[in-house]
Design a protein around this ligand. Structure first.
Ligand SMILES: [Zn+2]
Ligand SMILES: [Zn+2]
Ligand SMILES: [Zn+2]
Ligand SMILES: [Zn+2]
Length: 323
């Protein structure tokens, strides 16, 4: 058990704290109690040459170092022929120049010559390797910087692309909404027209950019029509106003509510062929209706040549009604 106030100092010595191996390049994490053992075998632990040549290197490079270490003991090249001598690498030349077995064997004589030449070339090669190492390290640094910059650019581009994607999606959603709304409006409009047509008869017409507020019933093919619920017959004033807009509906006369109430028996003329447009037609109309110009009223005509201008109830007409 450890008191909370002692926890910090405990963690600094606790055997079970996880520690990262301090060796450069090693990714291992081990318990504190195992660290000593790990360092003793870690391939990244820095060693000094066991042959005392003063070189320092990581444990994993030991075997490579032994292959070149001037102090490392190597057997005489004539060992297969019976020479038992082992000597530090740097002293090999000294030995081979006096090794009795090499002396008597022409093959090793030749080898000795090559070793001599190579040992002269070695410092030159070493210098070149050093130089190459330096250049490589430098280039590596440059490459890493380039990678980093590219990575940043890719991250930036990804971010920008994502932003654009979200924006485009948002706009498409918006357009979808508008499109759906438009379809719905068209549908409602069509349904309204269709409904009215079913009641009133054929050839419903619209005008004044308010197709759902006005329509006209055509009496040409039917002599009877019922005003649909929610609609009323236009007043004389409204009919005159509509005629001033130039509507004719292929007829000479429009019946209005005054005709049915018999207060203004003349229908309104829509053309200027014989009478001024919007003026009284000179024959009184002979329509009858079950409930004047009100909703659900059944209108009967002696012929199919007259038409009705209907207005949706609740909408302000073009002029106050005159019955
Ligand atoms: Zn502990
Ligand atoms: Zn390690
Ligand atoms: Zn060494
Ligand atoms: Zn020898």
């Amino acid at each position: 058990m450890v008191l909370r106030k002692d926890m910090k100092s405990h963690l600094e010595v606790c055997h079970f704290t996880m520690l990262k191996c301090p060796n450069n390049g090693c990714d291992a994490s081990v318990l504190r109690k195992d660290m000593e053992n790990h360092i003793a075998t870690c391939p990244y632990t820095i060693l000094t040459c066991p042959d005392h040549c003063d070189a320092k290197f990581q444990r994993r490079e030991l075997e490579v170092h032994k292959e070149a270490c001037p102090n490392h003991f190597i057997p005489c090249p004539a060992a297969p022929l019976g020479c038992d001598e082992t000597t530090p690498r740097k002293d090999l030349l000294k030995h081979t120049s006096s090794c009795p077995i090499i002396k008597i064997h022409p093959h090793f004589k030749q080898l000795h010559g090559q070793v001599e030449i190579l040992s002269h070339q070695l410092p030159l090669v070493e210098r070149r390797v050093e130089k190459l190492e330096y250049v490589t390290a430098h280039r590596f640094e440059e490459l890493m910087m380039l990678c980093k910059s590219l990575q940043e650019q890719v991250i930036d581009l990804t971010k920008k692309t994502n932003e654009r994607f979200v924006e485009v999606n948002r706009r498409m959603d918006h357009m979808d909404e508008r499109f759906m709304r438009m379809i719905k409006e068209r549908e409602t409009r069509f349904n309204n027209l269709h409904k009215n047509q079913a009641v009133i008869g054929s050839d419903l017409r619209t005008f004044l950019n308010e197709p759902s507020e006005y329509c006209v019933g055509n009496g040409t093919t039917e002599t009877e029509g019922r005003i649909p619920a929610g609609w009323r017959l236009a007043t004389k004033e409204e009919t005159i106003e509509a005629t001033k807009f130039g509507v004719t509906f292929n007829t000479a006369t429009l019946v209005h509510s005054g005709c049915l109430a018999n207060t203004h028996p003349n229908a309104i003329c829509t053309s200027t062929y014989r009478y001024p447009g919007g003026g009284d037609f000179d024959f009184s109309n002979s329509c009858t209706a079950s409930d004047q110009g009100n909703p659900n009223s059944l209108i009967k005509m002696e012929s199919g040549s007259k038409k009705f201008l209907l207005i949706r109830i609740g909408k302000v007409g073009v002029a106050p009604p005159i019955m």
